[in-house]
Design a protein around this ligand. Structure first.
Ligand code: SF4
Length: 388
């Protein structure tokens, strides 16, 4: 396929950085993230290893977004959080108007931790609320209640100057559409700047997966899940949120800039167990196991478990899929051609023509977007464009 020679911005020096904090009090039954539960004895070794891994950058990097995800970054006690932020600040020089996000568990939020966040410039908190319903919270093995969430949001609003994002899970076993509507109302009452939605999945290796196999849990059927998703899309957009990514909603001007870097297929630095970085067109993923990641770094070895260098066409295909996740903006054909060197129509080929004819994708002037129907089949649509 003819490719237009052009500078590729995805190969430029990244301006985003991610640090994975793999500690949680307990592993929730549905969770398959990279984490270690009940091993706070490893936190000091983890901090030393992050410092060591970041020293591999050799020189500090200017970044405009910094994201601490997990696991549960807020699980770290204030003193260890200070040390982590100090280490990160040594290697990532954070732009004054930058976005500094941190994922937090509601019960970790205290005046003391909020003070530490403020001291180091955290300006966006992503709170793992998941639900406001006692029965669902119990099922998800979360340790907070709806009352805790309201109290914590009140404290955040009084003691934290930044933005608040709430994570919500839909499609739990036994959940009805009316239950979900009430959850959305509860979330909207708190007026967060941002909301992220997750459809519950049963991942192999999790306790939920085993419980599903034993018949102890019954998954929602696809139709109910889709109805819940569309209900959220309609309700949140009617309440003034932009549906800017398939699972993310923001008040105007409050999108997550860090995650937008991923969807724009630009580069990013990363450190910590399981963390993936994308620098100069090469993706490296660290060892998922916290102890293996630690052991490698402590032995002076590389923590990288997988390396993948994408060729120009694969980069463009990935960028097309990531761009289509941006529901509102979609993929601007002119900008795409300039940035990735490929024509959207030529790259998508017959599959693209068929998806447009089927009403799953639509062209609107120069932009290609998912249609409402396409939103419900997005994973299947991505598989049409990616070469495995
Ligand atoms: S708190 Fe979050 S990251 Fe930790 S186990 Fe539960 S869902 Fe997973």
């Amino acid at each position: 396929m003819a490719r237009v020679p052009n500078p590729i911005r995805s190969l430029a020096e990244p301006t985003a950085a991610y640090i994975h904090v793999p500690f949680c009090r307990h592993r929730c039954g549905y969770c398959n993230f990279t984490l270690t539960a009940g091993r706070d004895d490893l936190i000091d070794r983890y901090l030393a290893a992050v410092a060591h891994e970041l020293a591999g950058l050799r020189a500090p990097k200017d970044v405009s977004t910094l994201f601490f995800g997990g696991g549960t970054p807020s699980h770290l006690p204030p003193e260890q959080l200070r040390r982590l932020f100090t280490i990160a600040a040594e290697w990532f020089w954070f732009a004054p108007d930058g976005e500094f996000s941190l994922e937090a568990n509601p019960l970790d939020i205290s005046s003391e931790r909020l003070e530490v966040f403020g001291e180091y410039g955290v300006n966006r908190l992503s709170l793992g609320v998941q639900s406001f319903r006692a029965e669902k919270l119990r099922l998800l093995e979360r340790d907070h209640s709806a009352e805790d969430v309201r109290r914590v949001v009140d404290l955040v609003r009084k003691r934290f100057a930044g933005d608040l994002s709430l994570d919500l899970i839909f499609g739990a076993p036994g959940e009805s559409l009316d239950d979900w509507r009430r959850e959305l109302d509860d979330a909207l009452t708190l007026r967060p700047e941002h909301i992220s939605l997750y459809g519950l999945t049963f991942e192999r290796g999790t306790a939920f997966w085993s419980r599903l196999r034993r018949g102890e849990l019954v998954a929602q059927d696809e139709e109910s899940e889709r109805a819940m998703y569309l209900e959220a899309v309609d309700r949140l957009t009617a309440s003034g949120y932009e549906h800017y990514e398939t699972s993310n909603f923001a008040r105007p001007g409050k999108r997550c800039r860090h995650n937008e870097t991923y969807w724009a297929a630009r580069g990013y630095y990363a450190a910590g167990p399981g963390a993936a970085r994308y620098v100069g067109g090469t993706r490296e993923t660290n060892h998922r196991s916290t102890t293996a990641w630690l052991a490698r770094i402590e032995a002076g070895q590389s923590p990288v478990a997988e390396t993948e260098t994408l060729n120009a066409e694969d980069r463009a295909r990935e960028a097309l899929v990531l761009g289509l996740r941006r529901v509102q903006d979609g993929v601007d054909q002119t900008a795409f051609r300039e940035e990735f060197g490929y024509d959207v129509g030529a790259l998508g080929g017959d599959e693209l023509t068929k998806l447009v004819a089927a009403g799953l994708l639509e062209f609107n002037e120069r932009r290609l977007r998912l249609s409402r129907e396409g939103l419900l089949l997005s994973d299947w649509i991505w598989s049409k464009f990616l070469r495995c």
